[in-house]
Design a protein around this ligand. Structure first.
Ligand code: ZN
Length: 418
């Protein structure tokens, strides 16, 4: 008997065929593995209470993993939850928490997917893996492929940030630059399954529901880190929406197990230059439409024209009394500076989008001053330092042995601080 059953994340209908696309024929919701928690409730409660000591695999009993004898792991997960008091003051709320996923091995939350995916494919003796990605998923899959000793092929769309390509190549993956969009890269990676026998590892529930479950461990970690006193709001950057859906799933499991007594309101944070989920939420749709035209935003990591797991995401927003918000590039870059200068974390623009959207919701009076807010910082911004430098003042230059020059430079900084 299987450890889990695939069921619709929206209407609960069971899914008999384990085949793509993993979409519910009845309602269009995404399928997800469901483990019968009631069978060993006390054991599962203990697993979540014990929490993550060494990584995501500490939650193995709650993950849809079978037949893996040896995990491919780099110590992912167990990321800090920071109490961001200085940032809270600027934003105008009493407490704000940052779930700092930037410290994962390849720099993003995608490592929680990659560890499960590569472990499963290695156990199945899959000859190679591939994916179409603008950078973060590619970096994660390349890192874990390196650890697994498996070839990895990455199809990179135009406009991808060079530093991410360098990271992928650094891990020894085979990079192919493509002329067309990210969707074209994803579909070519899929076609390659027949041509080359590799496994396409697109990081969404639509095509890979099992490793996507790795993200729900973020929810478990937050629960434990807050002593199971859940925040009022959880704000998550949304591209394909698997991250939001799975953090919600983590909270849903904890509610079912009686570890928490409510589920926070979930908000999908998007960039105004590509905001199909926010648009669908405003219009009251149950399925996001394809974003028309080319995305225009610095937050390229969430600039997905198609919200692959969007039907489930809209359902989560509705069920939890949450919503969706979109921030402009200016607001995102300002948030990126604030997170770094107030809290010491360099987050990529897509991550900063969650903080930018929190700020907007406070300004609109939707988030109240006394609310406890949690923003997910999904990825590291060390590869986006060029953006951080934008709008900064010129660095003063002092000539050899010019003490007066140093005094003038120091004083200029001190005056600017006052
Ligand atoms: Zn359904």
């Amino acid at each position: 008997m299987k450890k889990y059953q695939l069921v619709c994340s929206v209407c609960g209908k069971p899914f008999e065929d384990e085949a793509e696309p993993y979409v519910c024929p009845a309602c269009g919701g995404l399928m997800e593995p469901r483990i019968d928690l009631s069978a060993q409730a006390e054991h599962y409660r203990q697993v979540i209470r014990d929490g993550c000591q060494t990584g995501v695999w500490d939650y193995r009993d709650l993950l849809p993993v079978e037949g893996v004898d040896e995990a491919v792991t780099l110590g992912e997960g167990n990321t800090p939850l920071l109490s961001a008091d200085r940032l809270a003051k600027v934003i105008g709320v009493e407490s704000i928490f940052l779930k700092n996923e930037t410290v994962n091995p390849s720099g993003t939350y995608k490592d929680r997917f990659a560890t499960l995916a590569l472990s499963m494919e290695k156990a199945k003796k899959t000859p190679a893996v591939a994916l179409g990605s603008a950078g973060n998923a590619a970096a994660a899959m390349a890192a874990y492929s390196a650890k697994a000793g498996m070839p990895c092929f990455v199809l990179l769309p135009p406009g991808a940030v060079a530093e991410r390509g360098w990271q992928v190549r650094g891990y020894g993956a085979n990079l192919i630059r493509m002329e067309h969009t990210i969707d074209d890269c994803i579909s070519m990676a899929k076609q390659g399954e027949i041509l080359f026998g590799w496994k396409s590892l697109t990081t969404n529930m639509l095509t890979n529901p099992l490793p996507s479950d790795g993200y729900k461990t973020i929810g478990y970690e937050i629960g434990k880190q807050l002593d199971f006193q859940v925040p009022d709001w959880v704000i998550v950057p949304v591209g394909g929406a698997a991250l939001l859906n799975k953090i919600y799933k983590g909270f849903q499991d904890m509610l079912e197990l009686g570890l928490i007594n409510k589920i926070p309101r979930f908000v999908g944070a998007q960039a105004a230059g590509c905001a199909p989920l926010a648009d669908a939420f405003q219009k009251g749709l149950s399925k996001p439409e394809i974003w028309p035209g080319v995305p225009q935003t610095v937050a390229f990591a969430i600039a997905d024209v198609c919200v692959y797991d969007g039907v489930t995401a809209l359902d989560v927003l509705k069920k939890t009394g949450g919503g969706a918000e979109a921030a402009t590039d200016e607001e995102i870059l300002e948030a990126m500076h604030l997170i770094a200068s107030k809290e010491g974390v360099v987050a990529e623009p897509a991550s900063a989008c969650s903080v930018a959207c929190a700020r907007k919701l406070v300004q609109k009076g939707i988030i109240r001053t006394a609310d406890r807010v949690l923003c997910v910082l999904s990825g590291n911004g060390m590869r986006d330092l060029k953006l951080m430098e934008q709008g900064q003042k010129e660095v003063p230059f002092v000539k050899h042995r010019d003490v007066e020059g140093v005094k003038a430079a120091v004083n200029a900084y001190l005056e600017a601080r006052e």
